[in-house]
Write a protein of this length. Structure first.
Length: 326
């Protein structure tokens, strides 16, 4: 109950009761109501936070569980991406290098997913924590795309393995005649003295001295593309197309053991040593042609030689002397 207030009236010489004005009453009322609202808000906020309802407790627990699983999923995605990154690195730096294949371009590896329209439905549904959900979906889509690209790369490597096996069978890799003691290599690749004209000329192959009738072997799998009988130039000659840009030539043969179009295997006899054509002695003139360019045949005698034997053969081939035929 409000206290009654009095004031002393000097005119009447007595105490008069104070009567509040309407304005004072209104101000006091609004002030009281304002204070009540402030305290009400404070008490309501405190109550809600200190005494949450069962529904709020359940939603809070669910949110905490969702956040936990979201973080766990993110960690798993990061681990998978790390493993995939290692596979991609090994793919580019090891496997594709071994098989001489170009690495997959980085922009393809990044595997774009086509913008954010794909996730517009999720955003329109106003799902709880929709941004977090969209980010997870984006990561999963990118990961799926990268894994698909990686599987296609491995498919390509499998094909390269098969092709490599065939290439290793076909590339010239042995000496064309038996030369265990390494004494039959008579003249090497490079500038040599011409046996007839006695001037230095480019010798596009190597010469192996051997008795007439010594077997001549194909140095790799391939197909006979040339069988020539002649008394000039290379004389009786056989050419083998090994594929992959390689052709080998066997010249000055006494007899031919092959026909045009015939498939041959490495080590198969295709002719016999002789001295036909432009030749001064029984020998085999052997050439390796790679992508239409003559290369040093000695570099392809690696299958049957040790390192020491190869070094010795290379030393013999580098001696500048007279060739036995052209």
């Amino acid at each position: 109950m409000a206290k009654i207030k009095y004031y002393y009236d000097t005119e009447t010489c007595r105490y008069e009761r104070v009567k509040p004005s309407v304005q004072d009453i209104i101000i006091n009322t609004f002030g009281f109501l304002f204070i009540c609202v402030i305290f009400g808000v404070i008490f309501a906020f405190a109550y809600v936070n200190l005494f949450p309802s069962q529904k709020e407790l359940r939603l809070k627990t669910e949110n905490e569980e969702l956040l936990y699983y979201y973080n766990s999923l993110n960690e798993e995605l990061a681990n998978v991406q790390a493993v995939l990154g290692t596979l991609q690195e090994r793919d580019d730096e090891i496997y594709r290098v071994i098989f001489e294949a170009d690495p997959i371009p980085g922009e393809i590896r990044l595997a774009g997913t086509g913008g954010s329209r794909k996730y517009r439905d999720l955003m329109e549904k106003r799902l709880s924590r929709e941004e977090m959900i969209v980010k997870v979906f984006q990561k999963i889509d990118v990961l799926k795309r990268q894994m698909y690209i990686q599987t296609k790369s491995y498919d390509e490597i499998v094909d390269l393995v098969e092709s490599k096996k065939e290439m290793l069978r076909c590339i010239p890799a042995i000496q064309p005649i038996s030369n265990e003691n390494l004494k039959r290599l008579a003249s090497g690749f490079g500038m040599r003295l011409h046996p007839i004209h006695k001037v230095r000329r480019m010798h596009n192959g190597v010469d192996f001295s051997a008795p007439k009738g010594t077997p001549v072997y194909s140095t790799g799998d391939g197909v006979i593309i040339t069988v020539q009988l002649s008394n000039s130039g290379y004389g009786n000659m056989v050419e083998v197309d090994h594929g992959f840009g390689y052709i080998t030539r066997y010249a000055h043969l006494s007899e031919l053991e092959a026909r045009k179009g015939q498939k041959v295997k490495r080590g198969q006899v295709i002719g016999l040593v002789g001295s036909t054509g432009l030749s001064v002695a029984n020998h085999l003139h052997y050439e390796v042609i790679y992508n239409e360019r003559h290369v040093n045949p000695v570099n392809y005698f690696h299958n049957e030689l040790t390192s020491a034997q190869y070094e010795k053969l290379l030393e013999i081939a580098n001696q500048e002397n007279q060739s036995l035929g052209y």
